[in-house]
Design a protein around this ligand. Structure first.
Ligand code: PGA
Length: 240
């Protein structure tokens, strides 16, 4: 299965940050490992400019969240159709920061994933346990329940990606053991009949990318902090 290395810029970056994209495009043009796809998900404000910059390069662009409707009276929201209009190919849905900051439930995440597919884009559906849930031995059951509640109802046949992101590993420098990542990815793999990519996310850096990407059923990475600088992100895309 191809690997997908996706960068999530979160609420970081103004137009000045597009120089990092130009630098990444130069690096990828020199050498993009076989069977590897690269995706950048900047704030909504930069999706259009980034998509224009990346057009024809093979580097893809996506949104970080979308509304479940395609248009309407939802001040401040952006729809998947609008991202499609800008040239995006993916939308991240159900990131733990949105589940926590905006109270997004599995049902809300499912509606957003379905809206993303309806717009012709691929949702990256995020699941992950908290530290308390892991310490209570509930990590596998929590992520499988989240996935079951968040998957589009008619998922089969339509493209989607799953991202396993333990909440306690995001932005902390902490990473689960190889065995713990393998256990969750195996359980997620068994939870879906579709041959989907399952990404790992949470403190992925150039220094740990080779090890993480070699774990069975890990088909790529969702990268936050280390995706902001071209050199670091490329170090994950093409780890040396
Ligand atoms: P991080 O974030 O790489 O900074 O830990 C990952 C994410 O939240 O997608």
């Amino acid at each position: 299965m191809r690997k997908l290395i996706a960068g999530n810029w979160k609420m970081n970056g103004t137009q000045a940050a597009l120089v990092e994209v130009e630098a990444l495009l130069r690096l990828c043009a020199e050498n993009l490992p076989a069977e590897t796809d690269v995706l950048l998900c900047p704030p909504a404000t930069l999706v259009g400019a980034m998509a224009s910059l990346c057009a024809g390069s093979g580097v893809m662009v996506g949104g970080q969240d979308c509304h479940s409707q395609s248009s309407g009276p939802h001040t401040g929201d952006v729809s998947a159709d609008m991202f499609a209009d800008l040239g995006a190919g993916y939308v991240i849905v159900g990131h733990s920061e949105r589940r926590a900051d905006c109270g997004e439930t599995d049902a809300v995440v499912r509606a957003k994933a379905e809206a993303t597919q309806k717009a012709g884009l691929v949702p990256i559906i995020c699941v992950g346990e908290t530290r308390e849930e892991r310490e209570a031995g509930k990590a596998v059951s929590v992520v499988c329940e989240q996935l079951a509640g968040s998957l589009p109802q008619q998922a089969s046949g339509q493209a989607y990606v799953i991202a396993y992101e333990p909440v306690w590993a995001i932005g902390t420098g902490l990473v689960p053991t190889k065995g713990d990542i393998a256990e969750i990815h195996e359980a997620l793999r068994a939870s879906t009949p579709d041959p989907v990519q399952i990404l790992y996310g949470g403190s992925v850096k150039p220094a740990n990318a080779v090890e993480i990407l070699s774990i069975p059923n890990v088909n790529g990475a969702l990268v936050g902090g280390a995706s902001l600088k071209a050199k670091d992100f490329y170090g994950i895309v093409s780890p040396s």
